[in-house]
Design a protein. Structure first.
Length: 315
């Protein structure tokens, strides 16, 4: 079932992008559908995970975002999330889980399954807008990178080593696009490459901490804060070196920055304590769903990622 999108709302961020909403509770489905449509999205609905998965399999490129209830008959939201993340045709679609459960173990299970975000029912309208806006931004970033990749991938198949340096947020996307071009299917790794390079620029060069970034995202001032600090002479000497090389039948990505590092150990896996923040999950998602191996140096200012294409890499 589909409802026309809102055309004039100042809150409209969806711009006609499609969302698949999954919930077996008809009343809840109707309320949340209305909220999402008020944000400018087109919403299709399903009443359980099995129906939703069939819809995604039939039209894998139709939906930009999936919003699903956690507890449902036939196939629940966790099982749906795992299936979507394990299917190459749908693995890049952000999945937002809706739940009445707030226990850390429940939140952790959703994040470990690959959920982009966890919303507690009934979700606040402002939070729905923020989360879907963030998910849509990631979708558009992936599409932009994929468009770039298609234009130059064939020229990169014979490159053995590609090393790039950068220091500003504006350089992250084009650099990651080029680095990912060494992979046979670059769209599969571009988001993981982005997470590592972005982290090196934001935290290594510009020295933003997790809580500081979270506060700016909450206030809507993150882009302005990035731009301001990028122009600050105090951070002008920092840089990131990103290198990708072919090794055996796979790739090795090395990203190092001139910063002091960070406490990387707690970011390699999903952490329920960060579920309410609008950041801090990218490295865990990359580690779990994109890279075959991810290793930081002790300080946390250099990371090596293995990307297997045919057989295990020899380190």
């Amino acid at each position: 079932m589909t409802k026309p999108i809102a055309q004039s709302s100042s809150l409209a961020i969806g711009q006609g992008e499609r969302v698949l909403l999954v919930d077996d509770d008809r009343m809840s489905l109707t309320v949340i559908q209305s909220e999402i449509e008020d944000l400018g999205f087109i919403v299709d609905t399903a009443v359980n995970g099995a129906e939703a998965y069939a819809m995604m399999r039939e039209h894998p490129d139709r939906y930009s975002i999936v919003v699903t209830d956690r507890m449902m008959p036939v196939m629940d939201g966790l099982a749906l999330t795992r299936r979507l993340k394990n299917d190459p045709s749908t693995s890049n679609v952000p999945v937002v889980l809706l739940t009445g459960a707030t226990e850390p173990a429940d939140v952790s299970a959703g994040l470990e399954a690959g959920a982009f975000y966890y919303l507690t029912k009934p979700p606040e309208t402002a939070l729905v807008r923020s989360v879907l806006g963030s998910a849509l931004k990631e979708v558009r970033r992936q599409k932009s990178a994929s468009d770039r990749l298609a234009s130059h991938q064939s020229a990169f198949r014979n490159i053995q080593v590609l090393r790039m340096t950068l220091s500003t947020p504006d350089e992250v996307e084009p650099v990651c696009s080029l680095l990912s071009s060494l992979h046979d299917e670059p769209e599969k790794i571009v988001q993981g490459v982005f997470e590592l390079v972005q982290n090196a620029v934001e935290h290594g060069v510009l020295r933003f901490g997790l809580q500081e970034k979270a506060r700016h995202l909450e206030a809507g001032s993150w882009d302005r804060a990035l731009a301001t600090r990028s122009r600050d002479p105090a951070y002008a000497k920092g840089s990131v070196e990103a290198t990708i090389l072919r090794k055996d039948a796979g790739l090795v990505l090395i990203v190092k920055d001139t910063g002091p590092g960070f406490d990387w150990k707690r970011f390699l896996a999903a952490d329920p304590s960060r579920s309410a923040l609008k950041c801090g999950r990218g490295i865990a998602r990359a580690n779990a769903f994109i890279f075959d191996k991810l290793v930081y140096n002790q300080a946390g200012n250099e990371v090596t990622a293995a990307i297997r294409q045919e057989r295990p890499l020899k380190w």
